[in-house]
Write a protein that binds this ligand. Structure first.
Ligand code: PLP
Length: 397
């Protein structure tokens, strides 16, 4: 076996400049769309928001889409929409970004973490079932890396116990589950439009649902709990409005909606590029004994927000941290998704203790996120494969 010299030991790096793990694409037509919004007379609460919601609902196959300020606000709105309050328990996954759990805390609820499946790292429906109590009110599942969760099993469980199923699809815009598009497979589905996600509005989020009455409540929540918005009051020539519930200012601006409207039609091409990159990685890594590529189940199509491999400790002379640093030294912008949420000091202070989610915790200790985004060139992909191959062969046991 060859043991090529590594950049971390002073050799030349695989590439001259750092390749990020994710990056947005903004073209001239996106810029023109935002300029158009600036000239339209509406900077916020204008027609572009309605139009973007309509286009997003169509793209996801949902009845309604409600635009909000970011993906975290989308989760908060969903927790509100599910009626989460003090004393309520919500079951979610430890293998996610903290916002998925935090939205339960915003509403005063209690977070219960269920362990994940070893293959997909999505929440394990059997573990969820075991954690349901009379206080359970909702399940928040996350489509980890862009692969839909076990939505039929989770829906059946939610129905059996009268729970709301919320799907955090921040990774999964454009994914399919049993030939159905993510967006109308749960009571509410939330998306993030942050620049590392599939389609961006700078900051932004969306909640989709098939229930128009629920969508109306979410629209009220995103605007202080007030029913009519400024434009509709102006149109009606009325000053009267009522604040019926305690809401927030979670509105998306027209500038952002215009950017989203310009980005959304590009989604299919970008998904195809993400899938092609993932396929190249998986083929290349099949021959590396120290690398476990991600598993995608045959009844679902992954949207590949991230590409996460797990290392096999028994095949390596060094730990994950060393492999990570060696890849960084090669100018491959690797990352780790995620530190298990209950490990954060905020959750530790609430009494959560390490060791309760052995599958997620073992995966965390071994995982590395590799760059994947539609603007990556074939040469960039080749660099990632070359660096990964060089580093794991160098450290092979
Ligand atoms: C990105 C992300 C969020 C938060 O979205 P923001 O738009 O950054 O607020 C929530 N959950 C998951 C799984 C995410 O990846």
């Amino acid at each position: 076996m060859s043991r090529a010299a590594l950049a971390i030991d002073g050799a030349a790096p695989t590439r001259a400049r750092m390749l990020p793990y994710g990056r947005h694409l903004v073209d001239d037509d996106d810029i023109a769309a935002v300029v158009g919004a600036l000239k339209s007379g509406w900077l916020t609460t204008g027609p572009a928001v309605d139009e973007f919601e309509g286009a997003f609902a169509k793209a996801t196959g949902a009845g309604e889409a409600v635009a909000v300020a970011n993906g975290t606000a989308a989760l908060h709105a969903a927790a509100f929409g599910a009626g989460i309050g003090p004393g309520d328990e919500v079951i979610t996954t430890p293998m996610t970004f903290a916002a998925t759990a935090n939205c339960v805390r915003y509403q005063g609820g209690t977070v219960v973490f269920a362990d994940v499946r070893r293959d997909t790292l999505n929440i394990d429906p059997a573990h969820v079932a075991a954690l349901v109590t009379p206080r359970t009110r909702a399940i928040i599942t996350v489509d980890y890396a862009g692969q839909p969760s076990d939505l039929d099993e989770l829906s059946a469980l939610a129905e059996r116990h009268g729970l709301a199923l919320i799907e955090d699809a921040s990774h999964a815009l454009g994914a399919t589950y049993r030939s159905r598009r993510v967006g109308s497979l749960a009571r509410m589905t939330t998306f993030s439009l942050h620049p590392v996600k599939h389609v961006t509005t700078g900051e932004g989020g969306m909640v989709t649902t098939d229930d128009p009455e629920l969508a109306a409540r979410l629209r009220r929540f995103r605007s202080h709990g007030i029913l009519s918005d400024f434009r509709r009051r102006e149109q009606a020539g009325s000053w009267v409005y009522d604040m019926a519930v305690l809401g927030f200012n979670y509105r998306l601006t027209d500038l952002q909606a215009a950017l989203g409207l310009s980005q959304l039609p590009k989604l299919d091409d970008w998904l195809a590029r993400r899938r092609a990159i993932a396929a190249r990685y998986t083929t290349a890594f099949a021959t590396l004994e120290a690398v476990e590529p991600p598993t995608v189940l045959p009844d679902r199509e992954c949207a590949w927000h991230i590409y996460v491999i797990r290392l096999r400790a028994d095949r390596l002379r060094v730990d994950r941290a060393r492999v990570f640093q060696a890849l960084r030294a090669e100018n491959i912008g690797v990352n780790v998704h995620y530190v298990p949420v209950p490990w954060h000091s905020y959750y530790a202070a609430l009494g959560y203790r390490k060791g309760a989610w052995p599958v997620a915790e073992d995966a965390y200790e071994r995982m590395i996120t590799l760059p994947i985004f539609p603007g990556m060139t074939d040469a960039d992909v080749a660099d990632v494969i070359a660096a990964m191959t060089k580093v794991v062969e160098h450290y092979a046991r």
